[in-house]
Design a protein around this ligand. Structure first.
Ligand code: GLU
Length: 419
């Protein structure tokens, strides 16, 4: 089996493109075949080297490595020209005002056995003799695709449904060249949760955005594998090896699949919790570009859905933040300063500063004031974190350490006293 991914570098890699790449990659791995990368850069105006680099970068991040390529379609112009010459000399094409047209039979139909959509028959009458070479000598898109698929020995073309309408023309070109066309499989459209075609409105639409939002490539692979494919009714989590073992085009649906970023977030959270702390730490360090204390990572792991959640949640363990006005005015009232002062004393006097002693100290204050736990914990939280969100309060205080905790509480007390 030889499959290919053939992006046009006219923009970034979108989720639909990533799914196409993944499915092809899975097939190549499952069947011991080759995954070929071809860059369809014949639109010289809209294809840029930056876009090519972004696409390659997105594929590398997804860990979808290719076995051959990247080949440039534009650089294959001589092969396209030779194929057109062959069509002309065999009488399958003719010149028309400088352009070259393929001769389409007047009757009969062109039938494609699509592995996902079944038989697609197009009456030849519906297709006029179409241009394969412009009068400036350049080949048309369908000609280039057909010739490249032939020359690269592609056995299975797996691509988005938007290419169905091109397929009969590509098949006609291949047959006129004396070739048997490859097997085709057209993947279903992607919709957002509102049932409309997937677009920017639905959140992160490109692989680069997913990466910047702190998703893990293995979670993204798992989630996008399920956009149109399922192994059974109930299994949601698949390692990449399991995907390779189980992925099968016969289980790809022809109905539109729904990309729901909330589900991806949830799934990503599950993947995050499964990472060894050291691994999570190094991924967070790569994303934030900072060195992070292991403890900060450890106590945040259960509370994050994406890597990007870390900094708002636990950044205060790395650097001091200003007090958030809203959190301050919500929490620092009705005697909160007094309870905070008592918490400071209890923390200063604690014999040790591990999670348990911190908990004992703070619960002691709760009892002494006959207060609700949150009436003590929230002022401490705002004092150390600046906001009302943080990992567990005892864990956070212990991770911050005695000296820094006391210093931050002092600043809060100073502010509370109008200083
Ligand atoms: N270059 C086309 C695209 O980016 C894909 C062509 C194909 O897979 O045949 O949509």
């Amino acid at each position: 089996m030889r499959v290919r991914f053939a992006p046009s570098p006219t923009g970034v890699l979108h989720i639909g493109g990533a799914r196409t790449a993944l499915y092809n990659w899975l097939l190549a791995h499952r069947h011991g075949g080759a995954f070929v990368l071809r860059i369809e850069d014949t639109d010289r105006e809209r294809s840029t080297p930056e876009n090519v680099e972004q696409i390659l970068d997105a594929l590398r991040w997804l860990e979808l490595d290719w076995d051959e390529g990247p080949l440039s379609q534009a650089e294959r112009a001589p092969a396209h020209t030779a194929a057109i010459e062959q069509l002309l000399s065999a009488g399958h094409a003719y010149e028309d005002e400088g352009a070259v047209r393929l001769r389409v039979p007047d009757d009969g139909e062109t039938v494609i056995q699509d592995l996902i959509r079944g038989e697609i028959a197009t009456p030849n009458q519906a297709i006029q003799d179409f241009v394969v070479r412009r009068s400036d000598g350049s080949a048309l898109y369908n000609l280039a695709v057909a010739v490249d698929d032939r020359d690269m020995g592609i056995t299975h073309v797996v691509r988005g449904e938007d290419h169905i309408s091109n397929t009969p023309r590509q098949v006609m070109i291949l047959r006129a060249l004396g070739e048997e066309p490859p097997v085709y499989a057209h993947l279903p459209l992607l919709h957002g949760p509102d049932g409309k075609k997937l677009s920017k409105r639905h959140g992160a639409a490109s692989v680069q955005e997913l990466r910047a939002s702190g998703y893990l490539p293995e979670a993204v692979r798992n989630y996008i594998a399920l956009l149109g494919w399922g192994y059974d009714e109930s299994t949601t989590f698949f390692t990449t090896d399991e995907l390779i073992d189980r992925f099968d085009l016969s289980r790809v649906s022809k109905n539109p699949a729904v990309f729901d970023e909330q589900k991806l977030r949830w799934m990503n959270g599950r993947y995050l919790r499964g990472l060894p702390v050291e691994e999570l730490k190094s991924r967070l360090e790569r994303l934030t570009g900072r060195e992070l204390p292991t403890e900060a990572v450890e106590i945040s792991q259960d509370k994050m859905q994406t890597l990007a959640d870390f900094w708002p949640l636990a950044g205060f363990l790395v650097e001091r933040r200003d007090f958030d006005d809203r959190a301050w005015s919500k929490v620092m009232r009705d005697g909160a300063a007094e309870r905070l002062r008592a918490a400071r004393e209890a923390l200063e006097q604690a014999d040790a500063f591990d999670v348990e002693t911190v908990e004992q100290a703070l619960r002691g204050v709760v009892e002494r004031f006959d207060a609700k736990p949150k009436d003590v914990f929230q002022p401490v939280r705002v004092a150390i974190a600046g906001t009302t969100v943080s990992p567990g309060i005892f864990e956070s205080v212990a991770a911050l350490g005695r000296q820094e905790t006391l210093a931050r509480i002092d600043s809060a007390l100073l502010k509370a006293s109008g200083g």
